[in-house]
Each structure stands twice: as structure tokens, then as C-alpha cells.
Write a protein that binds this ligand. Sequence first.
Ligand code: 3PG
Ligand code: MG
Length: 397
Amino acid sequence: MAFRTLDDLDVAGKRVLVRADLNVPVADGRVTDATRIERQAPTIRELADRGAKVIVLSHFDRPKGKVVPSMSLKVLQQPLAEAVGRKVAFAEDCIGPDAEAAVAALKDGEVLLLENTRFHAGEEKNDPEMARKLAALGDIFVNDAFSAAHRAHASTEGVARLLPNAAGRSMQSELTHLDKALGNPERPLMAVVGGAKVSTKIALLENLVAKVEVLVIGGAMANTFLAAEGIAVGKSLYEPDHLETARRIIHAANESGAAILLPTDVVVVKEFKAGAAHRTVPAGDIAADEMVLDVGPDSIRAFENRLLATRTLVWNGPFGAFETTPFDAGTVAAARAVAAATKSGQVLSVAGGGDTVAALAHAGVEQDFTYVSTAGGAFLEWLEGKELPGVEALTAK
Ligand code: 3PG
Ligand code: MG
């Protein structure tokens, strides 16, 4: 992957547009998870320390091309200032006279946050006129928003093609780790894919099965695979329309020589609620009125055995209904095993996408993986092997 980094830029006295992803969860005006802000603050701080005029761009939520006051980025002004350790000015528009005046007032080393890029319809349309107006505000474009790189928008893709560009530190770190995990991994390589549905992860499973030595399937999607192998899954969540998809993936694994690890024992209940009466049974013994909520200890032991011979691991999605105790046991045990193997230096582990970060945090091992991506959809598209337009635009010139 050829992209420039901050090391390749001369930024003193320059107006540097930084595309951040400040799309963080906010409740009652407070940020409830500041991970993305903390990951992107170093880029802004470094640029300001090096004497740049730093202009921060981001989307926030999905206002769909209109000004929606409750989706203003103003709420992020103070949290960003605290994370960066500097005052942050705010402009009420990301293009046009307000933005231009605020940029013109910036001195070297100062930071400005512009209003939500998605208040303009041109953002999501990747309108060249919008990209041109954004580009007019800066001399250099730095993209630090890996988690928005799957969107070909004016502030992620369009503007990158109009200015000298580089990856920010967070983008650089994401790309470097993703490359170590799937681009050029040390082998054997294992992928863990959990979650509810096969149907939302077909492209991802097809891509991974061709690349890995071991594919571990967890979550309710494992039920679809069990059903595809002729195992009765009772009342479990599964996708009858995707038995053929599961068979195709099993076939692809046979062709490529990848091992697919499905649960051999499962935790079942008659009713899905916290603390429900449950039993652990071999996967072949699920009764007609039972549903699977987690993998059992034999499945975890098999996973741990495979892990012993693994050098690189990619993880997306939980093994079971981890939000409801005690059906978090499988996910927690597997996550802790990966954390231990990572700490001992045996495994390089990279996780991301959707529920994954919440599951690792629940297991208390968020800090113990080699890298946890801040991306949701972008991480999934990357696992699918898709080119991400925001990244492509950086490598293009
Ligand atoms: C995210 O939260 O995954 C990114 O900020 C992208 O947001 P979007 O799904 O609204 O494009
Ligand atoms: Mg989202």
C-alpha cells in the first residue's frame, strides 16, 4: 500500500484540511464513547505542533443533505479541544462564506472545526462542486477517517483528488495493521466471524475462506451452517434461505484447504431471557423446542487448540448472545484466549466491525488485542476485500 503520511509533508504555515470521523455516540450532549476522538487527536495535535493551520472536517450522523440542528458538530467542539489539548474554533458551515472567514482568521498552530459535511446534499453525492469548495479551504488534505473510507463522499474521496494528500496517524495505523492481518499475514491465519446472519456476511465469508487456514464461525450464523450440514437447530435463529450459501462456503473451504470450525456443543434454552434455564448439549442434540444462544466448552477448547498454532487472527462478531448473561461465556472465553496469545507474542490479533468492540470490551480485553479498529462498515467492507474509495483516493497520487 503506497500512501503518504505526515512524515512526507511540510505543513508549517499551511492550511491543512483533516478529514476526521467524529461520528461518535452522544447522549444528552455528552460523548459516551470517545475512542474515535482519542485515536484521531494525535494527528491534529501533531499538525498544530508543526505550525499548520488545522481545519477539521467530519460528518455526524445522517442528516441527509439538510441542516438538522440536533446533528450539529458543535457538540464535539469541547470534547475535541480536550482531546487535542488546544482551543478549537467552530464555523457554522463547512463550505462558503462562514467557513472561508473562519479559515482566514486562523493563525499557525490553531485548530478549527467545521460544521457537519452532511448538511450539504453534495457531500454524499460526491458532488465535484462541493469537493472544489472544500479544497479551496486548504493547501493539503489529510484523511484520518478510516471508518468513513468506505464512503465515496466529497469530503473523503472528491477532495482528496484535488489536493496533495496523505494519511493521518490513525488512518496510517489502521492500514498498517489491516495489511499485517490480511494483506501480508504471517501464517497460519485464522478468521473468527460471528454475528446473527450469514446473509449480511456472504461476501466477507467468501473472501476470507479463500485467504485463511482456519475459519471459525460463531453466533447465530453458525446455526445456518449447522442446518446446512443436516443438523436440526430447533427454534434457533437461522436463515433457511441461506443453507445453499453456507454449503457454497463449506465447498469453497474444501477447495482452498481451509478448515471451518463450527460449534460441536452448544448452550440451549427454551426461552430467551437473562438467567433462563439452560443446558449444554452436543450440536446434534438440540431439541425441537430449544434455541442456541452460545457455544459450549468443547467448542471453546477446539478453538483454543487451533489458536495454539495460529500466528495471525482477524476477528469480527460475537460467538453468542453476549449481551445477556450467562450466554456471554463463549465470547468471553475465546476473547480472553486471544488476548493471552497476543500478550505472549504468539499471535497478532486485529478486531473490528459492529458489535465486536463491545464484545471485547465486555470481556475486558479491548486493550489486549494487537489492534482494534474504530471502524464498523469500513472494516466489514475491507474484510470483503473491497477497495475503499477514501483509501484509494489517497493512494491514487
Ligand atoms: C460509522 O459510524 O461507521 C462511520 O462514521 C460511517 O457512518 P455512516 O454509516 O453513516 O456512513
Ligand atoms: Mg454508522
